[in-house]
Design a protein around this ligand. Structure first.
Ligand code: APR
Length: 249
């Protein structure tokens, strides 16, 4: 969809009339920064991660316990990949939108890359944790040491346990406060905007239905529309150009 894309005026006015907008983002929002997504659209996202790596081996507690160094090294590789990535137009547009005086804009993300914060967003609700943080698997103490270039799993200085990346792995519960905040932001919005997510991973993928159950209009931004039956309007396009368009219109 070209830069001078047209968003359906009816959809635009629903967005602009909203007092409370809740945005849920996924890997697609970081795609334009050159960050690989997990399951999708190839143009600028290279090969999606889960088409190259087994999520059960790399992103589960079982996988970590079976081979901690392999998992640790994979996250070190992802960190080294992310180091050079910059926030893109989508991140910056959301940050600008959050400063709106007329609308309360709440940002929930499934992304662990920290690019929303780098793009200027405040109060980001991180549902799946943050790849730049680490904590002990056993005593849960945060590990603040420098991990650059560390290839083997670090021993927790407090209890001798194994230090792991502070991201949510498959089968793990989401951070309690983040989930509670995400639920209440979904319950209490007029527009729920789902941007750059395949809406396949729960419970995050259930937030749109929560919002809809409270009367919100659910709008999806994705170059490859999902089949989600909860969505009222699909804006078929890339996050950067769509969000800039919403803000500039
Ligand atoms: N703009 C908007 N959307 C895009 C863009 C873009 N430029 N490029 C790709 N997309 C869309 C794809 O079409 C796809 O629907 O982004 C979506 C990315 O989907 P996934 O790769 O499945 O990522 P996500 O939905 O965030 O995954 C959810 O799954 O693997 C776990 O914990 C991980 O947080 C992640 C969760």
């Amino acid at each position: 969809m070209p830069q001078d894309m047209e968003i359906d005026p009816e959809v635009l006015s629903i967005i602009q009339r909203a007092k409370r907008v809740t945005i849920l983002t996924g890997a697609g929002v970081s795609a334009e920064s050159g960050v690989a997504t997990f399951r999708s659209y190839k143009e600028e996202t290279k090969e999606s991660l889960w088409s190259q790596y087994d999520p059960q081996k790399m992103a589960s507690i079982e996988g970590f316990l079976k081979n901690p160094n392999r998992v640790w090294q994979w996250y070190q590789w992802r960190r080294s990949e992310l180091k050079s990535k910059k926030p893109n137009d989508a991140h910056k547009a959301i940050a600008k939108w959050q400063q709106s005086k007329d609308q309360r804009v709440t940002l929930i993300t499934q992304n662990v890359d920290g690019l929303h914060q780098a793009g200027g967003s405040k109060d980001v609700i991180e549902l799946h944790g943050n790849i730049w943080s680490n904590h002990c698997l056993q005593c849960r103490a945060e590990y603040k040491g420098n991990t650059d270039g560390v290839e083997d799993v670090i021993e927790c200085p407090k209890c001798g346990g194994q230090v792991r990346p502070s991201v949510v792995w498959f089968g793990e519960a989401l951070p309690e406060k983040a989930w509670r905040d995400a639920e209440s932001a979904s319950y209490s919005c007029d527009v729920f905007l789902s941007v750059g997510t395949s809406s396949q991973v729960y419970p995050a993928a259930g937030l749109a239905a929560l919002a809809k159950s409270q009367g919100a209009t659910v709008i999806e931004v994705n170059p490859e529309p999902t089949e989600s039956s909860v969505v009222d309007y699909f804006i078929v396009g890339r996050a950067g150009e769509v969000l800039i368009n919403i803000l500039n219109t």
